[in-house]
Write a protein that binds this ligand. Structure first.
Ligand code: ZN
Length: 171
């Protein structure tokens, strides 16, 4: 099922999401619905707060063929490389604005898979960036928060302007 993607300034995006206590059918369905929603958007990652669920669940797929879905419950960054990289990021919850974000180039993430088994993934490049962006969402952090205050306010002003233009067409 395709879920509705919440956009800024929806308050659920600023909430700290709760850990999942048990990986059950409900969580597995959420993971599948989030993947379907992400592919349809289209996007390369999605965090549960972006579909209005304040729980620590993310999905991602950075493959060209869109055949490498990752389902992560309670993901936690356990290691960050000292080297960083800068690249442009966007967000399904902040449509049409983009900014250059500096992040560690590689990370190690510990998480539970859809069966509840503990796993560890070492990621670099685009996947590392995507996972950091999605895990940020679980703490109420958006990519614009990593920008300088000046850059952030320029982007958010542009976003507000676009949002006002978009709204009449939707109602
Ligand atoms: Zn995002």
């Amino acid at each position: 099922m395709i879920l509705r993607i919440r956009t800024y300034p929806d308050p659920v995006l600023r909430r700290r999401a709760a850990p999942v206590e048990r990986v059950d059918e409900r969580i597995r369905r959420l993971l599948d619905d989030m993947l379907e929603t992400m592919y349809a958007a289209p996007g390369i990652g999605l965090a549960a707060p972006q579909v209005g669920e304040s729980v620590r669940v993310i999905v991602a797929d950075v493959s060209e063929e869109k055949n490498a879905p990752l389902r992560m419950v309670n993901p936690e960054i356990t290691w960050r490389s000292e080297t960083t990289a800068v690249a442009e990021e966007g967000c399904l919850s902040l449509p049409e604005i983009y900014g250059e974000v500096e992040r560690p180039e590689a990370v190690e993430v510990r998480y539970l898979d859809e069966t509840g088994a503990e796993r560890t993934l070492r990621a670099e490049g685009l996947l590392a960036r995507c996972l950091q962006h999605e895990i940020d969402h679980l703490d109420g952090v958006l990519f614009v928060d990593h920008l300088s205050p000046v850059r952030r306010s320029v982007l958010l002003r542009r976003y507000e302007k676009l949002r006002r233009q978009r709204t009449p067409a939707k109602v």
